[in-house]
Ligand binder design. Structure first.
Ligand SMILES: NC(=O)c1ccc[n+]([C@@H]2O[C@H](COP(=O)([O-])OP(=O)(O)OC[C@H]3O[C@@H](n4cnc5c(N)ncnc54)[C@H](O)[C@@H]3O)[C@@H](O)[C@H]2O)c1
Length: 461
């Protein structure tokens, strides 16, 4: 089939409509998510002169990072359109892209400034819609999590392939919508790559492959951590205040909340969903994305950073996920200034233990002990983009969104349990919960918020 369709017409997403049956879907929820399963680093640039036109929605730190990762992952990528809610972000986007490219030169992928050829800049709440109306082939969405769902819907409706940053969504209402969007992408033959980059770290790939091959025996427990030594929104807030970007705004202004999205529950999903999703995703990956039976969590806000100025988020969560048959996942995340950092995943089996660190070792202990031999591998944030463009080039489809929706949903369940102080069945959340955190009006209006959730009082809906 791929031989009958030239690459350009495949990349032109509309041409892929109805091609679903012909193209194998490469997902992360594969029984062997390692060698032979995921596209591999070859270092080769796409041949020929075809350009792959890319648009970026959300020109912040990760957006400019992801766009340059895409240029490095595929030398035929050309960034032609950008969209952001704020003009100041658009004004500085080219210079920030160039400095990101410079920073990535050391990896030797050959991304060049000539790949930045911005012909369209869109600003405002509907900027994403306008970008989707251009002739871009692929859209990167790196906006705050609350906007992922409406943006993903517009991208897929417009027939574009997507790179969506994590998390997939912020609440259960959006989660249901994301499942529909993912199914529509499948129907239209569109590819969706997501920003859980550990899937493209060679050490992680092999560790998980070994777990799936039974090297640690039967899984009996797992633990995962993202304990940070700082509250993520702290320095961003202070930097914006210094630049005068928050002048005249108060914390109940929508603009304040979106600029400080890291600190607000509705905009970020809280850090268990926004950041810790990476670690939850790894243990679920090892378990074949099995869903929890029951969720029992706790958490609170222990930082003395003033509430509302620095948002309404919890600073720490500890969640017990009952996976059935006596197997539990313990998940911990914290963002308190000057506390101990600890970011990793551990899966415990009857014959050994898998331990993985994104910035450290990946290893297995026990009878089939192993330690990752992959040193100085290309950054996984480039490899995930390379995998997307390699797949497009080879006429294969990737849809990594279903697994990200699952991991995000498990994070959401942990947050709901910690906020409410209640234990509940995961199935109840999926089927019955009506949680909907999105503000009803999306404009620069006042958006008063109830404050930090109080366990025992916060109502599960
Ligand atoms: N995969 C990773 O390791 C990783 C790392 C960092 C961030 N992220 C994710 O990337 C996303 C962005 O994070 P960031 O650090 O770049 O944040 P950021 O604040 O630096 O950037 C967000 C950008 O989106 C813009 N924006 C906000 N609302 C918008 C809207 N409605 N329409 C268009 N633009 C809008 C903002 O103005 C800003 O430029 C988040 O979901 C975050 O979780 C992923």
């Amino acid at each position: 089939m791929s031989g009958k369709m030239d690459r350009r017409s495949f990349v032109k997403a509309g041409a892929a409509l109805g091609a679903m049956a012909a193209f194998p879907v490469i997902g992360c929820n594969s029984s062997k998510a390692g060698e032979g399963d995921l596209p591999k680093y070859s270092g080769a640039a796409i041949k020929g002169s075809d350009k792959i036109k890319v648009g970026l929605i959300g020109c912040g730190g990760r957006g400019t990072g992801a766009a340059t990762n895409a240029m490095n992952g595929c030398n035929n990528v050309e960034l032609v359109a950008v969209a952001d809610l704020f003009q100041d972000k658009l004004d500085s986007v080219e210079s920030r892209l160039k400095s990101q490219l410079k920073g990535q030169e050391k990896f030797g992928f050959g991304g060049k400034e000539s790949q930045i050829n911005i012909q369209h800049k869109f600003c405002g709440f509907d900027a994403y819609k306008k970008l989707c109306e251009t002739d871009v082939d692929v859209v990167i969405d790196a906006c705050p999590p609350a906007f992922r769902t409406p943006h993903a819907e517009a991208i897929v409706n417009a027939g574009k392939h997507a790179f969506l940053e994590k998390p997939a969504c912020i609440d259960i209402t959006q989660m249901r919508k994301m499942r529909e969007i993912s199914a529509l992408a499948d129907k239209k033959g569109l590819s969706i790559m997501v920003g859980t980059q550990r899937h493209y770290n060679r050490g992680y790939q092999e560790a998980i492959e070994r777990v799936k091959n039974g090297d640690i025996g039967e899984i009996v427990a797992a633990q995962c951590y993202w304990n940070s030594a700082g509250y993520v929104g702290h320095s961003q807030h202070d930097a914006m205040e210094k630049q005068g970007l928050l002048k005249g705004l108060s914390p109940d202004d929508m603009e304040y909340q979106i600029r400080n999205w890291f600190s607000f529950i509705w905009a970020s999903g809280d850090h268990i969903v926004e950041q810790h999703v990476h670690n939850i995703d790894v243990v679920l990956w090892a378990m074949g994305y099995k869903l929890p039976v029951e969720v029992n969590g706790m958490g609170g806000r222990s930082t003395d950073l003033p509430v509302m100025t620095y948002g309404d988020r919890f600073s720490h969560f500890a969640i017990d996920y009952d996976m059935g048959d006596g197997v539990h996942i313990a998940s911990y995340c914290r963002q308190d200034p000057n506390t101990a950092g600890h970011v990793m995943e551990r899966v415990i089996g009857t014959k050994g233990i898998m331990e993985t660190h994104e910035w450290g070792k990946q290893r297995i202990t026990g009878a089939k002990a192993w330690e990752s031999p992959y040193k100085n591998t290309p950054p996984s944030v480039i490899m995930e983009h390379k995998a997307l463009y390699d797949a497009l080039k080879e006429g294969k489809r990737i849809n990594a969104l279903p697994d990200l929706i699952t991991s995000t949903g498990v994070g959401i369940a942990g947050r709901m349990s910690a906020f409410s102080g209640k234990r509940f069945k995961y199935g109840w959340m999926v089927e019955k919960s009506q949680e909907d955190l999105m503000p009803k009006q999306m404009a620069f209006v006042k958006n008063p918020l109830p404050g930090v959730p109080v366990p025992g009082k916060y109502q599960l809906v």
